[in-house]
Design a protein around this ligand. Structure first.
Ligand code: SF4
Length: 231
C-alpha cells in the first residue's frame, strides 16, 4: 500500500500551552453534560463521565479516537473498551506488541499498553456519536495537553477525520496543509508524524470501508516510523 505524505512539514509549537490533561467534573459542553446526566439516569451502572486517556505516559504512539461510545468507553471509563470499535483496535495493538491482551472488555481487566496511549478528540459521549464542532474545540485543551507529551520521533494516529482535525488543532497546525486521507502520513516537526486511518467503527468494518488488512497497513507504517517490528 502506498502512503501519502504531506508536502508541508508541520510546526509543533516549542512551548505548548499548559492545559489540564483531564477533568472528571468538566461540564464545559452544556449539551454533552446534560446528555450524560440523562444517560446516567437511564443506565445507573455506567460511568457517564469524561473518559480519560489510557496507556503509557511516555508512549511514542498516541491514538486519537472520536468520542466515547454509549455502551463502550462511556460505560467502562476506558477508551474503546467494551464496545465493537475496540475489537479490531485492541486485536491490532496486541499483534504489534502495544497491548498485553487482544481483548479489552472492562476497565478492571489486567490489560496494559506499552509505548502507546489512547485518547479521544471529545471526552464525553455525544448524542448519535456526533460531537458538534464547538464541542471538539471545547475539549481540545485536554488533547493539547495529551499530545504535548509526545516525544520527538513519535507518532499520532488519527482515527477518522474529526480526530485528524482535532489533532491538528491541538498541535497548532492548519487544516488546509494536512488533508485527511486513509493511509495518509503527515510529517511534523521534531521527527514526529501524523498518520490517518478510517475509524475502526462497527459501520466501517461491517461495510468493508476499513478492513483488518487496511488497518494493519497503517500500523506497519507506524512501526516503520517508530523503528518497531511489524506484526
Ligand atoms: S467534551 Fe470535553 S470539554 Fe466538553 S464537557 Fe466533556 S470533557 Fe468537558
Amino acid at each position: 500500500m502506498m502512503f501519502r505524505e504531506s508536502k508541508k512539514a508541520g510546526i509543533v509549537p516549542e512551548a505548548l500551552p499548559a492545559s489540564p490533561t483531564y477533568d472528571a467534573g468538566c461540564r464545559r459542553c452544556v449539551r454533552l453534560a446534560t446528555f450524560l446526566d440523562d444517560v446516567r439516569a437511564a443506565y445507573p451502572a455506567y460511568r457517564c463521565l469524561p473518559v480519560p486517556p489510557y496507556g503509557d505516559p511516555a508512549a511514542r504512539l498516541v491514538i486519537v479516537g472520536l468520542a466515547p461510545g454509549l455502551h463502550g468507553a462511556n460505560a467502562t471509563g476506558r477508551p474503546f473498551t467494551g464496545d465493537y470499535a475496540g475489537i479490531l483496535l485492541y486485536e491490532t495493538l496486541h499483534a504489534y506488541g502495544y497491548a498485553s491482551s487482544p481483548l479489552s472488555r472492562t476497565a478492571d481487566d489486567p490489560l496494559t499498553l506499552a509505548d502507546c496511549r489512547i485518547t479521544n478528540a471529545v471526552k464525553c459521549l455525544p448524542p448519535e456519536n456526533k460531537p458538534l464542532p464547538g464541542e471538539m474545540r471545547n475539549c481540545n485543551d485536554y488533547l493539547t495537553a495529551d499530545l504535548s507529551l509526545l516525544p520527538a520521533g513519535g507518532a499520532v494516529l488519527a482515527l477518522g477525520r474529526i480526530a485528524h482535525d482535532a489533532a491538528l488543532l491541538a498541535l497548532g497546525l492548519r487544516r488546509n496543509h494536512f488533508a485527511f486521507a486513509h493511509g495518509g502520513r503527515h510529517a511534523l516537526s521534531h521527527g514526529r508524524a501524523l498518520f490517518d486511518s478510517y475509524h475502526c467503527s462497527r459501520y466501517n468494518t461491517n461495510t468493508g470501508r476499513l478492513t483488518a488488512t487496511m488497518f494493519r497497513d497503517v500500523f506497519d507504517a507506524i512501526a516503520d516510523h517508530l523503528g518497531r517490528p511489524r506484526a
